[in-house]
Write a protein that binds this ligand. Structure first.
Ligand code: FMN
Length: 356
Protein backbone atom coordinates (compact mmCIF):
# COMPACT_ATOMS: atom_id res chain seq x y z
CA UNK A 1 0.00 0.00 0.00
CA UNK A 2 1.34 3.46 -0.83
CA UNK A 3 2.04 5.86 2.03
CA UNK A 4 -0.75 8.14 0.74
CA UNK A 5 -3.45 5.44 0.67
CA UNK A 6 -2.30 4.21 4.10
CA UNK A 7 -2.75 7.70 5.55
CA UNK A 8 -6.13 8.14 3.86
CA UNK A 9 -7.31 4.81 5.27
CA UNK A 10 -6.29 5.79 8.79
CA UNK A 11 -7.88 9.20 8.50
CA UNK A 12 -11.11 7.52 7.36
CA UNK A 13 -11.02 5.14 10.33
CA UNK A 14 -10.58 7.93 12.83
CA UNK A 15 -13.26 10.07 11.19
CA UNK A 16 -15.60 7.11 11.28
CA UNK A 17 -14.97 6.57 14.97
CA UNK A 18 -15.53 10.20 15.70
CA UNK A 19 -18.74 10.48 13.68
CA UNK A 20 -20.43 7.12 14.20
CA UNK A 21 -19.21 6.01 17.62
CA UNK A 22 -19.00 2.32 18.36
CA UNK A 23 -21.43 -0.20 16.93
CA UNK A 24 -24.00 -1.54 19.38
CA UNK A 25 -25.01 -5.19 19.74
CA UNK A 26 -28.45 -4.34 18.38
CA UNK A 27 -26.91 -2.76 15.29
CA UNK A 28 -24.67 -5.76 14.72
CA UNK A 29 -27.63 -8.14 15.09
CA UNK A 30 -29.55 -5.90 12.67
CA UNK A 31 -26.83 -6.56 10.07
CA UNK A 32 -27.08 -10.30 10.75
CA UNK A 33 -30.83 -10.22 10.29
CA UNK A 34 -30.51 -8.35 7.00
CA UNK A 35 -27.91 -10.77 5.66
CA UNK A 36 -27.38 -13.93 7.77
CA UNK A 37 -24.52 -15.34 5.64
CA UNK A 38 -21.26 -14.65 7.46
CA UNK A 39 -17.71 -15.22 6.22
CA UNK A 40 -15.93 -17.68 8.57
CA UNK A 41 -12.54 -16.59 9.90
CA UNK A 42 -9.72 -18.51 8.19
CA UNK A 43 -6.04 -18.07 8.99
CA UNK A 44 -3.92 -17.19 5.97
CA UNK A 45 -7.07 -16.56 3.91
CA UNK A 46 -9.51 -14.00 5.33
CA UNK A 47 -7.12 -11.07 5.19
CA UNK A 48 -8.35 -7.53 4.51
CA UNK A 49 -8.33 -7.76 0.66
CA UNK A 50 -10.23 -11.07 0.70
CA UNK A 51 -12.78 -9.78 3.24
CA UNK A 52 -13.39 -6.69 1.10
CA UNK A 53 -13.82 -8.95 -1.94
CA UNK A 54 -16.24 -11.26 -0.08
CA UNK A 55 -18.32 -8.30 1.15
CA UNK A 56 -18.66 -7.18 -2.47
CA UNK A 57 -19.57 -10.77 -3.34
CA UNK A 58 -22.46 -10.82 -0.86
CA UNK A 59 -21.12 -11.84 2.57
CA UNK A 60 -23.11 -10.01 5.26
CA UNK A 61 -20.43 -9.78 7.95
CA UNK A 62 -16.72 -10.59 7.86
CA UNK A 63 -14.20 -11.57 10.54
CA UNK A 64 -10.39 -11.55 10.54
CA UNK A 65 -8.33 -14.63 11.12
CA UNK A 66 -7.33 -15.37 14.72
CA UNK A 67 -4.85 -12.84 16.11
CA UNK A 68 -2.73 -13.51 19.17
CA UNK A 69 -3.55 -11.23 22.12
CA UNK A 70 -0.12 -12.06 23.52
CA UNK A 71 1.50 -11.00 20.22
CA UNK A 72 -0.12 -7.61 20.58
CA UNK A 73 1.16 -7.28 24.13
CA UNK A 74 4.67 -7.74 22.73
CA UNK A 75 3.86 -5.01 20.21
CA UNK A 76 4.48 -7.34 17.30
CA UNK A 77 4.14 -5.51 13.98
CA UNK A 78 3.11 -8.75 12.29
CA UNK A 79 0.22 -9.09 14.76
CA UNK A 80 -0.83 -5.49 14.17
CA UNK A 81 -0.76 -6.05 10.41
CA UNK A 82 -3.20 -8.94 10.82
CA UNK A 83 -5.62 -6.53 12.48
CA UNK A 84 -5.74 -4.01 9.63
CA UNK A 85 -9.03 -3.58 7.89
CA UNK A 86 -10.59 -1.35 5.28
CA UNK A 87 -13.73 0.79 5.57
CA UNK A 88 -15.34 -1.20 2.75
CA UNK A 89 -15.32 -4.37 4.86
CA UNK A 90 -17.75 -3.08 7.48
CA UNK A 91 -19.25 -4.66 9.48
CA UNK A 92 -15.92 -6.25 10.33
CA UNK A 93 -14.84 -8.12 13.45
CA UNK A 94 -11.32 -8.87 14.61
CA UNK A 95 -10.83 -12.31 16.14
CA UNK A 96 -8.53 -12.67 19.14
CA UNK A 97 -7.20 -15.70 20.93
CA UNK A 98 -5.31 -16.24 24.14
CA UNK A 99 -5.62 -17.75 27.57
CA UNK A 100 -5.45 -14.72 29.85
CA UNK A 101 -8.53 -12.50 30.25
CA UNK A 102 -6.48 -9.40 31.18
CA UNK A 103 -4.24 -9.69 28.11
CA UNK A 104 -7.16 -10.41 25.76
CA UNK A 105 -9.00 -7.47 27.35
CA UNK A 106 -6.08 -5.14 26.49
CA UNK A 107 -5.98 -6.49 22.94
CA UNK A 108 -9.76 -6.03 22.64
CA UNK A 109 -9.37 -2.41 23.72
CA UNK A 110 -6.75 -1.96 20.99
CA UNK A 111 -9.22 -3.44 18.45
CA UNK A 112 -11.84 -0.96 19.64
CA UNK A 113 -9.40 1.95 19.34
CA UNK A 114 -8.64 0.91 15.76
CA UNK A 115 -12.34 1.35 14.95
CA UNK A 116 -13.39 -2.26 14.23
CA UNK A 117 -17.09 -3.06 14.62
CA UNK A 118 -16.84 -5.99 17.03
CA UNK A 119 -14.42 -8.33 18.79
CA UNK A 120 -14.72 -12.07 18.22
CA UNK A 121 -12.99 -14.55 20.53
CA UNK A 122 -11.68 -17.86 19.23
CA UNK A 123 -12.63 -20.80 21.46
CA UNK A 124 -12.63 -23.35 18.65
CA UNK A 125 -8.99 -23.68 17.66
CA UNK A 126 -8.01 -27.37 17.98
CA UNK A 127 -4.28 -26.91 17.25
CA UNK A 128 -1.98 -28.46 19.88
CA UNK A 129 0.29 -25.43 20.21
CA UNK A 130 -2.76 -23.32 21.13
CA UNK A 131 -4.75 -25.72 23.34
CA UNK A 132 -1.78 -26.81 25.42
CA UNK A 133 -1.58 -23.26 26.76
CA UNK A 134 -5.29 -23.34 27.62
CA UNK A 135 -6.40 -21.16 24.69
CA UNK A 136 -8.69 -21.98 21.72
CA UNK A 137 -10.98 -24.97 22.29
CA UNK A 138 -9.32 -25.71 25.67
CA UNK A 139 -10.66 -22.48 27.21
CA UNK A 140 -14.26 -23.77 27.33
CA UNK A 141 -13.45 -26.96 29.26
CA UNK A 142 -13.54 -25.27 32.65
CA UNK A 143 -16.60 -23.02 32.73
CA UNK A 144 -15.53 -21.10 35.83
CA UNK A 145 -12.31 -19.82 34.30
CA UNK A 146 -14.13 -19.36 30.97
CA UNK A 147 -16.65 -17.09 32.70
CA UNK A 148 -13.86 -15.08 34.34
CA UNK A 149 -12.09 -14.66 31.05
CA UNK A 150 -15.24 -13.42 29.28
CA UNK A 151 -16.03 -11.06 32.14
CA UNK A 152 -12.63 -9.39 31.89
CA UNK A 153 -12.83 -8.93 28.14
CA UNK A 154 -16.44 -7.71 28.31
CA UNK A 155 -15.47 -5.10 30.91
CA UNK A 156 -12.58 -3.84 28.78
CA UNK A 157 -14.64 -2.72 25.77
CA UNK A 158 -17.92 -1.17 24.69
CA UNK A 159 -17.93 -2.96 21.32
CA UNK A 160 -20.11 -6.04 20.79
CA UNK A 161 -18.29 -9.20 21.86
CA UNK A 162 -18.95 -12.44 19.96
CA UNK A 163 -17.45 -15.91 20.32
CA UNK A 164 -16.79 -18.94 18.12
CA UNK A 165 -16.72 -22.40 19.66
CA UNK A 166 -16.86 -26.10 18.82
CA UNK A 167 -19.55 -28.47 20.11
CA UNK A 168 -17.25 -29.59 22.91
CA UNK A 169 -13.87 -31.08 23.67
CA UNK A 170 -14.77 -34.64 22.70
CA UNK A 171 -17.81 -36.84 22.15
CA UNK A 172 -18.22 -37.33 25.93
CA UNK A 173 -18.10 -33.63 26.79
CA UNK A 174 -20.18 -31.73 24.28
CA UNK A 175 -20.89 -28.75 26.53
CA UNK A 176 -21.77 -26.14 23.87
CA UNK A 177 -25.12 -25.35 25.49
CA UNK A 178 -23.49 -24.66 28.88
CA UNK A 179 -20.92 -22.49 27.12
CA UNK A 180 -23.68 -20.58 25.36
CA UNK A 181 -25.49 -19.98 28.68
CA UNK A 182 -22.33 -18.60 30.30
CA UNK A 183 -21.73 -16.42 27.22
CA UNK A 184 -25.26 -15.04 27.53
CA UNK A 185 -24.77 -14.21 31.24
CA UNK A 186 -21.57 -12.39 30.39
CA UNK A 187 -23.04 -10.16 27.70
CA UNK A 188 -21.86 -11.90 24.54
CA UNK A 189 -23.83 -10.89 21.41
CA UNK A 190 -23.78 -14.21 19.52
CA UNK A 191 -22.12 -17.60 19.58
CA UNK A 192 -20.95 -19.21 16.34
CA UNK A 193 -20.76 -23.01 16.60
CA UNK A 194 -18.60 -25.19 14.36
CA UNK A 195 -20.42 -28.53 14.67
CA UNK A 196 -17.41 -30.69 15.46
CA UNK A 197 -15.62 -31.47 18.71
CA UNK A 198 -12.00 -30.47 19.26
CA UNK A 199 -10.96 -34.12 19.14
CA UNK A 200 -12.59 -34.54 15.73
CA UNK A 201 -10.45 -31.81 14.19
CA UNK A 202 -11.84 -31.73 10.67
CA UNK A 203 -12.83 -35.38 10.40
CA UNK A 204 -16.42 -36.57 10.19
CA UNK A 205 -19.15 -34.05 9.48
CA UNK A 206 -20.38 -30.94 11.23
CA UNK A 207 -23.29 -32.09 13.44
CA UNK A 208 -26.16 -29.84 12.43
CA UNK A 209 -28.67 -31.79 14.56
CA UNK A 210 -26.63 -30.83 17.60
CA UNK A 211 -26.38 -27.21 16.41
CA UNK A 212 -30.17 -27.15 15.99
CA UNK A 213 -30.60 -28.56 19.50
CA UNK A 214 -28.29 -25.93 21.04
CA UNK A 215 -30.05 -23.17 19.11
CA UNK A 216 -33.46 -24.37 20.30
CA UNK A 217 -32.35 -23.98 23.94
CA UNK A 218 -30.03 -21.00 23.55
CA UNK A 219 -30.84 -17.69 25.26
CA UNK A 220 -28.89 -15.70 22.65
CA UNK A 221 -28.39 -15.68 18.85
CA UNK A 222 -26.53 -18.65 17.38
CA UNK A 223 -24.65 -18.91 14.08
CA UNK A 224 -24.23 -22.44 12.71
CA UNK A 225 -21.08 -23.49 10.89
CA UNK A 226 -19.56 -26.42 9.08
CA UNK A 227 -19.48 -28.07 5.66
CA UNK A 228 -21.72 -25.63 3.78
CA UNK A 229 -20.59 -26.06 0.19
CA UNK A 230 -23.38 -24.54 -1.89
CA UNK A 231 -25.82 -21.64 -1.70
CA UNK A 232 -28.77 -24.05 -1.54
CA UNK A 233 -27.14 -25.78 1.41
CA UNK A 234 -26.57 -22.43 3.13
CA UNK A 235 -30.26 -21.59 2.85
CA UNK A 236 -31.48 -25.01 3.98
CA UNK A 237 -29.05 -25.16 6.93
CA UNK A 238 -30.27 -21.71 7.99
CA UNK A 239 -33.95 -22.61 7.91
CA UNK A 240 -33.68 -26.19 9.22
CA UNK A 241 -31.41 -25.34 12.14
CA UNK A 242 -33.43 -22.28 13.15
CA UNK A 243 -30.10 -20.46 13.57
CA UNK A 244 -29.83 -16.67 13.32
CA UNK A 245 -27.09 -16.96 10.74
CA UNK A 246 -24.75 -19.41 9.07
CA UNK A 247 -21.02 -19.09 8.63
CA UNK A 248 -19.32 -20.23 5.43
CA UNK A 249 -15.60 -20.97 5.25
CA UNK A 250 -14.22 -23.43 2.73
CA UNK A 251 -17.34 -23.21 0.53
CA UNK A 252 -16.40 -19.72 -0.66
CA UNK A 253 -12.93 -20.94 -1.65
CA UNK A 254 -14.49 -23.16 -4.28
CA UNK A 255 -17.26 -20.83 -5.35
CA UNK A 256 -16.67 -17.09 -4.97
CA UNK A 257 -20.36 -16.43 -5.74
CA UNK A 258 -21.76 -18.58 -2.92
CA UNK A 259 -22.82 -15.58 -0.79
CA UNK A 260 -24.52 -13.77 -3.67
CA UNK A 261 -26.43 -16.91 -4.60
CA UNK A 262 -27.37 -17.65 -0.96
CA UNK A 263 -28.89 -14.17 -0.79
CA UNK A 264 -30.81 -14.79 -4.01
CA UNK A 265 -28.89 -11.98 -5.71
CA UNK A 266 -28.05 -12.05 -9.39
CA UNK A 267 -24.63 -13.63 -9.58
CA UNK A 268 -22.36 -11.35 -11.55
CA UNK A 269 -21.50 -12.39 -15.10
CA UNK A 270 -17.84 -11.56 -14.51
CA UNK A 271 -15.76 -14.66 -15.30
CA UNK A 272 -13.96 -16.31 -12.38
CA UNK A 273 -10.73 -15.09 -14.02
CA UNK A 274 -12.00 -11.49 -13.82
CA UNK A 275 -13.10 -11.99 -10.22
CA UNK A 276 -9.64 -13.26 -9.29
CA UNK A 277 -8.22 -10.27 -11.18
CA UNK A 278 -10.32 -7.98 -8.96
CA UNK A 279 -9.10 -9.73 -5.81
CA UNK A 280 -5.55 -9.53 -7.20
CA UNK A 281 -5.93 -5.74 -7.48
CA UNK A 282 -6.92 -5.51 -3.80
CA UNK A 283 -4.04 -7.78 -2.80
CA UNK A 284 -1.54 -5.66 -4.72
CA UNK A 285 -2.99 -2.50 -3.20
CA UNK A 286 -2.56 -3.83 0.34
CA UNK A 287 0.80 -5.59 0.34
CA UNK A 288 4.21 -5.81 -1.22
CA UNK A 289 6.74 -8.60 -1.75
CA UNK A 290 5.64 -12.12 -2.57
CA UNK A 291 2.43 -12.05 -0.55
CA UNK A 292 0.00 -11.06 -3.38
CA UNK A 293 1.54 -13.72 -5.63
CA UNK A 294 1.21 -16.44 -2.99
CA UNK A 295 -2.42 -15.54 -2.28
CA UNK A 296 -3.37 -15.26 -5.96
CA UNK A 297 -1.95 -18.71 -6.68
CA UNK A 298 -3.92 -20.20 -3.77
CA UNK A 299 -7.25 -18.70 -4.84
CA UNK A 300 -6.75 -19.60 -8.50
CA UNK A 301 -5.90 -23.15 -7.45
CA UNK A 302 -9.00 -23.50 -5.24
CA UNK A 303 -11.35 -21.94 -7.79
CA UNK A 304 -10.08 -24.35 -10.47
CA UNK A 305 -11.07 -27.49 -8.49
CA UNK A 306 -13.28 -29.73 -10.63
CA UNK A 307 -12.60 -27.82 -13.87
CA UNK A 308 -10.94 -29.38 -16.95
CA UNK A 309 -7.13 -29.52 -17.02
CA UNK A 310 -7.02 -28.10 -13.49
CA UNK A 311 -3.97 -30.12 -12.52
CA UNK A 312 -1.94 -28.82 -15.49
CA UNK A 313 -3.10 -25.29 -14.66
CA UNK A 314 -2.01 -25.69 -11.03
CA UNK A 315 1.46 -26.82 -12.07
CA UNK A 316 1.74 -23.78 -14.34
CA UNK A 317 0.59 -21.51 -11.51
CA UNK A 318 3.38 -22.66 -9.27
CA UNK A 319 6.09 -22.39 -11.91
CA UNK A 320 5.22 -18.80 -12.87
CA UNK A 321 6.93 -16.14 -10.77
CA UNK A 322 6.19 -12.92 -12.59
CA UNK A 323 3.02 -11.29 -11.25
CA UNK A 324 1.83 -9.93 -14.61
CA UNK A 325 2.36 -13.26 -16.38
CA UNK A 326 0.66 -14.99 -13.44
CA UNK A 327 -2.36 -12.71 -13.84
CA UNK A 328 -2.64 -13.40 -17.58
CA UNK A 329 -2.19 -17.15 -17.04
CA UNK A 330 -5.12 -17.09 -14.60
CA UNK A 331 -7.25 -14.91 -16.87
CA UNK A 332 -6.72 -17.08 -19.94
CA UNK A 333 -7.33 -20.39 -18.10
CA UNK A 334 -10.66 -19.26 -16.64
CA UNK A 335 -11.68 -17.78 -20.00
CA UNK A 336 -11.01 -21.16 -21.64
CA UNK A 337 -13.09 -23.07 -19.09
CA UNK A 338 -15.80 -20.52 -18.43
CA UNK A 339 -18.52 -22.58 -20.07
CA UNK A 340 -17.43 -25.89 -18.57
CA UNK A 341 -19.33 -27.55 -15.78
CA UNK A 342 -17.50 -28.10 -12.50
CA UNK A 343 -17.24 -31.72 -11.43
CA UNK A 344 -17.12 -31.50 -7.66
CA UNK A 345 -17.05 -34.76 -5.71
CA UNK A 346 -19.81 -35.11 -3.08
CA UNK A 347 -17.30 -35.19 -0.27
CA UNK A 348 -13.61 -34.50 -0.52
CA UNK A 349 -10.78 -33.74 1.79
CA UNK A 350 -10.50 -30.04 1.18
CA UNK A 351 -8.42 -28.02 3.65
CA UNK A 352 -8.81 -30.38 6.57
CA UNK A 353 -6.95 -28.22 9.03
CA UNK A 354 -7.54 -24.82 10.52
CA UNK A 355 -7.77 -22.78 13.66
CA UNK A 356 -11.42 -23.19 14.58
C1 FMN B 1 -7.42 -22.94 6.55
C2 FMN B 1 -8.36 -22.68 7.68
C3 FMN B 1 -8.06 -21.73 8.62
C4 FMN B 1 -8.94 -21.47 9.68
N1 FMN B 1 -8.65 -20.48 10.57
C5 FMN B 1 -9.56 -20.16 11.54
C6 FMN B 1 -9.35 -19.05 12.40
O1 FMN B 1 -8.36 -18.30 12.29
N2 FMN B 1 -10.28 -18.81 13.36
C7 FMN B 1 -11.41 -19.61 13.52
O2 FMN B 1 -12.21 -19.35 14.42
N3 FMN B 1 -11.63 -20.63 12.71
C8 FMN B 1 -10.75 -20.93 11.71
N4 FMN B 1 -11.02 -21.95 10.85
C9 FMN B 1 -12.27 -22.70 10.99
C10 FMN B 1 -13.38 -22.10 10.10
O3 FMN B 1 -13.72 -20.81 10.53
C11 FMN B 1 -14.62 -23.00 10.13
O4 FMN B 1 -15.08 -23.09 11.45
C12 FMN B 1 -14.36 -24.41 9.60
O5 FMN B 1 -13.57 -24.38 8.42
C13 FMN B 1 -15.68 -25.13 9.29
O6 FMN B 1 -16.45 -24.39 8.37
P1 FMN B 1 -16.45 -24.69 6.78
O7 FMN B 1 -16.77 -26.15 6.62
O8 FMN B 1 -17.51 -23.78 6.21
O9 FMN B 1 -15.09 -24.40 6.26
C14 FMN B 1 -10.14 -22.22 9.80
C15 FMN B 1 -10.43 -23.19 8.85
C16 FMN B 1 -9.56 -23.43 7.78
C17 FMN B 1 -9.93 -24.48 6.77
Amino acid sequence: MSKKSFLIQHLRLHLNNATHGVMTSQELLGHLKKNPFVLAPMAGITDSPFRRFMREMGAGIVISELVSAQGLKYNSQKTKDLMRFDERERPVGIQLFGECGDIIGEAAKYVQDQGADFVDLNFGCPVNKVVKKGAGAAATRDLISFRNLLRKVRAAIELPLTIKIRTGWDEESRNALDVVRVAHDEGVTWVAIHGRTRTQGYSGLSDWDFIRYVKSEAPLPVIGNGDILTAAMARSRLSESGCDGVMIGRGCLKDPRIFQAANGLDTSDESVGDLIGRLGGYLLDGATGNYPKIQLRKFAMWYSYGLPEASVFRRELFSENDIDRLKSLIESYFLRVQNCIKVVPGRDDFLMGGHG
